[in-house]
Design a binder for this molecule. Structure first.
Ligand code: TRP
Length: 352
């Protein structure tokens, strides 16, 4: 995973992030969170433990919270928008099932908020080509995509700055790989404020506390690796996926992520969903082997997800409610974006 630029930048961002956590607890109302996801599929346990839990906690502290379903970001590295509407609606269902409350959190889609997207024009004038090309996350994403570098992939961190700044977001919960984008956002805000008028805050990345849950094969959990447990999967699908995950030939179960990635990933999954430690679970299973471990994991995951899945089913039965949530979020986001765009125009003297 790419680090946030050089390690000095990483350390200073880590320090800002730590200080921020204390301040949020003291005065949550001073903060506006913006974060989001690309609607490329269903949310899985990696999203859940990696960020969703934390978003819900921040929401419930009383921070002003906003989530973008980043539909324009889907086409940074793929050629199709097939299933995008279905994915976006299911993303809303996943959020609500996990405890995001649409009364507290504004949920919206990029493409429905023209004034947000218009910020891209002034913002692009504030970054140089070499700054764009230097972004380590963009580089690794381009390599992974196997495509030529498109203009949108190159500039999507600027678009992400539009997401964050249109609502004057000052905190962005992110994984380490997103830190270069936050740095670019801070630079854009600073340069705009210096060149025209102080309109934008300089947001800080809130490094997530959460553990990274590995995929069932020990690699990063990702739908494209086939190693991800979706929140929306049935109990049977979950059991099947766990059953066919690769372990090794050693019978005795031990926690050893470097040498036994498969077994250890299963143990971490069991630990996170049962509230016990990996070592403790490994000791309990011991010589009973990987079959017993898989049965344990299946029960633990399905038990943990049961209430979320139940809420999911209820929400699925009321799609018009889900559409209302998105319409309301989009309406609100348009108001917010229009207000900010007016300030931007005024700062730039473009009032006619
Ligand atoms: N790039 C993020 C992801 O792939 C999604 C995202 C879009 C985002 N806009 C954002 C995250 C703004 C934080 C802030 O997960």
């Amino acid at each position: 995973m790419a680090k946030g630029g050089n390690s000095e930048t990483f350390l200073s961002q880590k320090k800002m992030s730590d200080e921020l956590k204390l301040e949020i607890d003291k005065e949550p109302g001073k903060f506006t969170m913006l974060t989001g996801d690309r609607p490329t599929g269903r949310l899985h346990l990696g999203h859940y433990f990696g960020t969703i839990i934390e978003r819900v906690a921040i929401q419930n502290k009383g921070v002003n919270t906003n989530i973008v379903i980043a539909d324009y970001q889907v086409i940074t590295d793929r050629d199709t928008t097939e299933h995008i509407s279905d994915n976006a609606k299911n993303m809303v269902i996943d959020y609500l099932a996990c405890g995001i409350d649409p009364e507290k959190t504004m949920i919206f889609t990029h493409s429905s908020v023209p004034a947000l997207n218009q910020l891209m024009l002034p913002f692009l004038s504030l970054v140089s080509q070499s700054e764009l090309l230097r972004n380590p996350t963009v580089k690794s994403e381009q390599e992974a995509s196997g495509h030529a570098l498109t203009g949108l992939l190159l500039t999507y961190p600027v678009h992400q700055a539009c997401d964050i700044l249109f609502c004057k977001g000052n905190i962005v919960p992110v994984g380490k790989d997103q830190l270069p984008h936050i740095e670019q956002t801070r630079q854009i805000a600073r340069r705009f404020n210096e060149r025209y008028a102080p309109v934008f805050p300089e947001p800080v990345g809130l490094l997530t506390e959460s553990v990274e849950i590995p995929g069932l094969d020990g690699r990063k959990m990702s739908k494209s690796y086939g190693n991800a447990i979706s929140l929306s999967a049935t109990e049977e699908e979950t059991a099947k996926l766990i059953k066919k995950s690769k372990t090794d030939s050693e019978r005795n179960i031990t926690f050893d992520p470097d040498n036994r990635p498969g077994v250890s990933a299963l143990l971490t999954t069991a630990a996170l969903t049962s509230g016990r430690s990996e070592v403790d679970i490994a000791a309990e299973i011991g010589e009973a082997g990987s079959g017993a471990l898989k049965a344990f994991v299946t029960e633990s995951v399905n038990g943990y997800l049961a209430p979320i899945r139940e809420r999911r089913h209820e929400l699925e039965r009321d799609l018009s409610y889900i559409e209302d949530v998105l319409h309301e979020g989009n309406k609100l986001a348009n108001d917010v974006a229009q207000t900010t765009l007016n300030e931007v125009r005024e700062a730039m003297g473009m009032i006619y």
